[in-house]
Design a protein around this ligand. Structure first.
Ligand SMILES: *Cc1c(COP(=O)(O)O)cnc(C)c1O
Length: 353
């Protein structure tokens, strides 16, 4: 791998500085170019900085852009871990196929990722401060206005030290059921991590925020009844002794935190169902007192407790409205594995250094 180190390192965040999310970037980035003749080339690590782009660059016009998100964690034992990075690389290749982007060898991306994290290790916050968010992404690069798949692409990986998601305690979020707009439809690109999915969701997100909600709860695009996911998270409901999460029907992003949550729950003997679940069913469970817990799952928050779901003029509140015991146990367990506080019996983490 070609490593071209910066001669001009950036200032590190000050000790105790609030990192926020995605505002600060490290010294370097990974670049892998794809050309029509050569396919995906060799990975390079270069100083972080702007990229040259032709005004006819195809991504700006037809939107062939996909991304991934994962974190490097500095453990309480000072070891640096990634959480199931193979699954991010496999998912990136599935997203690529959906947008006619040529797939890249998993190994090539993994090697670049590991070398990059080692090089940027001193940017990784301590366990109590946060983690280093890694953002691999691919976009079409040809200058061309014909509507067809591009011939050249760029894969980049950039990194950003981010603060702990729950900096002010494990506080529940309030979400709003979206009844006008839809995020994804059967046969569309909802199950791929496509940049345009986010562009399409911004308006509903902004409206929810104006009304005082943290995120949008999306319903299916056909019947507008069945729950799909929340903003950038998958969603789970504990109803009686059953934990329910929407089945992956094609319009739902297959989250890695979602898979891990299902596996953990099963290993604890909890009944987990991946099935269709309507908003009416959730409202009825709240009314008859069996809706105990709601939580979202995703790399950013890991587990996010939900204490209110607004649906039309109804407010659906699980349990007593606080953080449920299973939600808390999942959060403690997953973050425990990520930060090396508890043994990784599932073999989920990759130790980088
Ligand atoms: C990335 C993402 C998720 C969560 O996936 P993780 O792999 O758990 O981080 C859920 N929903 C959407 C729409 C996403 O883009």
């Amino acid at each position: 791998m070609i490593v071209n180190k910066t001669t001009n390192p950036r200032p590190r965040p000050a000790a105790g500085e609030k990192l926020g999310f995605g505002r600060i970037f490290t010294d370097h980035m990974v670049v892998i170019d794809h050309t029509e003749e050569g396919g995906w080339g060799e990975a390079r690590i270069e100083p972080y900085g702007p990229i040259m782009m032709d005004p006819a660059c195809m991504v700006l016009h037809y939107g062939q852009a996909i991304f991934e998100g994962l974190k490097a964690y500095r453990g309480v034992d000072n070891k640096i871990r990634l959480f199931r990075p193979q699954l991010n690389i496999q998912r990136m290749n599935r997203s690529a196929r959906r947008l006619c982007i040529p797939p890249i060898e998993d190994e090539k991306v993994m090697e670049a990722l590991l070398e990059f994290v080692r090089l940027e290790a001193d940017w990784i916050p301590t366990a109590d401060q946060g983690a280093l968010y890694l953002r691999p992404f691919i976009f079409a690069y040809d200058p061309q206005l014909g509507v067809h798949a591009a011939k050249s692409y760029k894969l980049l990986i950039i990194a950003s030290p981010v603060g702990a998601y729950f900096a002010n305690g494990f506080n529940p979020v309030k979400i709003m059921v979206e009844t006008e707009y839809v995020r994804a439809c059967p046969g569309g690109v909802g199950e791929a991590k496509v940049a345009g999915n986010y562009a399409a969701s911004l308006l509903a997100g902004a409206i929810a925020e104006e009304k005082g909600y943290d995120q949008v709860l999306w319903l299916d695009g056909v019947e507008r009844r069945y729950i799909e996911e929340v903003g950038a998270m998958n969603i789970f409901f504990k109803i009686g002794d059953e934990v329910v999460t929407p089945a992956l029907v094609g319009s739902i992003l297959p989250g890695i935190t979602r898979f891990s949550t299902i596996e953990l729950l099963k290993s604890w003997g909890v009944t987990v169902s991946e099935r269709r679940i309507s908003i009416e069913e959730v409202a009825a469970a709240a009314d008859n007192g069996t809706l105990q817990e709601i939580f979202g799952t995703g790399t950013a928050a890991v587990i996010a407790p939900v204490n209110e779901v607004a649906w039309k003029d109804k407010k659906i509140v699980p349990g007593n409205g606080g953080v449920g015991p299973l939600t808390q146990k999942l959060y403690d367990h997953l973050t425990g594995i990520q930060f090396g506080r508890i043994p990784d019996t599932m073999n989920w983490t990759v130790i980088v250094a």
